[in-house]
Design a binder for this molecule. Structure first.
Ligand SMILES: Nc1ncnc2c1ncn2[C@@H]1O[C@H](COP(=O)(O)OP(=O)(O)OP(=O)(O)O)[C@@H](O)[C@H]1O
Ligand SMILES: [Mg+2]
Length: 467
């Protein structure tokens, strides 16, 4: 059976509130409280606390958190660590990946297919950067340590992000951390943790049942001549923090056992259904394609047919298909540059155009003006910025030397948009260059989305660039 991790993200935009201490020690407590449960930790910060705490002396590591983000299966990056906790090594190069992480769902996807078992705890940087956002999006449970009112104020952004992404805010909970038990107040809130808790609840934030006290013993665990970081479980017995972590661990385990399937499982299911939808839609688009080139009639239906250089589609979905290389180039050349039809295969103008044709998108819209039927032909860059516009008369015969030969533009427009003899549908069409080695790739969701967007944009009659 496949494995799906239950993900706990520790996050706060405020620095020094105890995130890393919580992430690492919670992992140790969870493992100690439930020996058979696999527990692992990964840091999306660029320090090596996790490694210092869990790496076994002399252990050779292979792969780290950047590999996870570069699609290496998560389970293969898990290293057996101390205290029975597994870890994915940290990396200084994480920052270099910042721009390559597109969107907040990347980590969710990677964890859904990671095969990481049990509970995975993610430590984050004190900022809502793209890594943190991904860790928040992937989480079954987010724990936000707050130590004072400013850090509580900072939570607002995490809650706002959840709101924006339509995530369930019930998975967010605050834990008062680094609480100095010596501070006492007059009035309804006797101490710091009660005050923070009341503030949090007043703002609609959920709180963990417990809290974590500030303890000089805990503070000293990462300041020692050996440069080690010792766990609370083994080195701070007898402190309040020791039992507070036990309580928190129990709370988390109770929640974990109450969840039937973690978010990563549901994400994997969603990915499967998305793949199926994309495949069905791709097949549907393939099934609509015309069998032959509308201009020369050559058969383009077989997979081995070559020269499917251009793809066209009408805005009403009435016709779509490929245009053979020479036909498409000649059509566009004659429309945009008034070049003569029947050009030789090695005509320099044709060759030059064929080279640049792949960088452009074309739109054709028939209309009538005082001078009779015309076609507005527009050229756009591949990003959708308009670069050229021409109006061509829509005449059946244009070449006086060859009176029997129909104009290419006329044939094409009537084949694609003809309703009945001499009558056109009220629609326009787009022509896209294809990848000659895999022309059908233009119909794959990621590419086709651009066509749909352009259709919509031009359908609204906007001449502004597509963004
Ligand atoms: N319960 C505690 N009692 C006393 N000191 C603590 C406690 N928990 C953490 N600390 C200390 O507080 C400091 C900050 O903790 P930690 O590094 O875990 O915070 P952080 O939120 O991860 O910081 P950053 O935002 O810089 O990543 C550390 O020196 C740590 O040892
Ligand atoms: Mg930290």
């Amino acid at each position: 059976m496949k494995k799906y991790p239950y993900v706990i993200t520790i996050s706060s935009e405020k620095g020094g509130v105890g995130k890393t201490t919580l992430a690492t020690n919670l992992a140790i407590y969870l493992k100690a409280l439930s020996e058979d449960l696999p527990v692992s930790v990964v840091s999306l910060d660029n320090h090596f606390t996790v490694d210092k705490m869990f790496a076994i002396k002399g252990q050779k590591t292979s792969g780290d958190v950047t590999d996870l983000l570069l699609e290496t299966p998560g389970a293969s990056l898990l290293h057996t660590g101390q205290y029975g906790v597994d870890y994915i090594p940290s990396s200084m190069a994480l920052e270099d990946l910042r721009d390559s992480i597109k969107g907040t769902m990347v980590l969710s996807r990677l964890l859904a297919t990671s095969e990481i078992p049990g509970i995975l705890i993610i430590d984050t940087r004190p900022e809502l950067n793209i890594f943190t956002q991904n860790a928040l999006y992937a989480a079954d449970r987010v724990i936000i340590p707050v130590k004072d009112t400013p850090s509580l104020e900072n939570c607002r952004n995490i809650f706002a992000l959840f709101e924006k992404k339509g995530l369930d805010k019930k998975s967010l909970s605050i834990i008062p951390c680094l609480i100095d038990a010596r501070i006492k107040y007059q009035g309804p809130f006797k101490d710091h943790k009660s005050l923070l808790r009341a503030f949090a609840i007043n703002r609609g934030y959920r709180c963990c049942e417990g809290f974590i006290s500030k303890s000089p013993k805990v503070e000293s665990l990462n300041t020692n001549p050996e440069g080690k970081i010792y766990p609370i479980l083994t080195h701070a017995r007898g402190t309040d923090v020791y039992s507070q972590y036990t309580q928190l661990g129990r709370e988390i385990l109770a929640e974990y056992s109450s969840v039937q399937q973690p978010r990563s499982f549901h994400f994997a299911q969603w990915m499967l259904s998305e793949e199926k939808r994309k495949a069905d839609e791709f097949q549907f688009r393939l099934s609509r394609l015309k069998d032959s080139c509308l201009l020369c009639g050559s058969n383009l239906a077989t997979e081995s047919a070559r020269n499917k250089t251009f793809y066209f589609e009408t805005s009403d979905g009435g016709a779509c298909g490929y245009l053979e290389d020479h036909c498409g180039s000649e059509l566009l050349l004659s429309c945009l540059y008034d070049a003569q039809p029947n050009m030789a295969e090695n005509d320099p103008l044709l060759l030059m155009f064929q080279e640049t044709a792949r960088e452009s998108i074309y739109a054709m819209r028939p209309f009538s003006n005082g001078a009779g039927p015309c076609v507005e032909v527009r050229r756009f860059t591949i990003d959708g910025s308009p670069v050229q516009k021409k109006i061509q008369p829509l005449r059946e015969y244009t070449d006086t030397a060859l009176p029997q030969k129909k104009s290419t533009l006329y044939s094409f427009i009537f084949e694609a948009l003809g309703e009945s003899p001499g009558k056109l549908r009220d629609a326009f069409l787009l022509i896209y260059p294809t990848n000659p080695r895999r022309p059908e790739a233009i119909l794959a969701e990621e590419n086709y989305r651009r066509i749909a967007k352009m259709m919509q944009h031009l359908g609204q009659g906007s001449g502004a660039p597509i963004t």
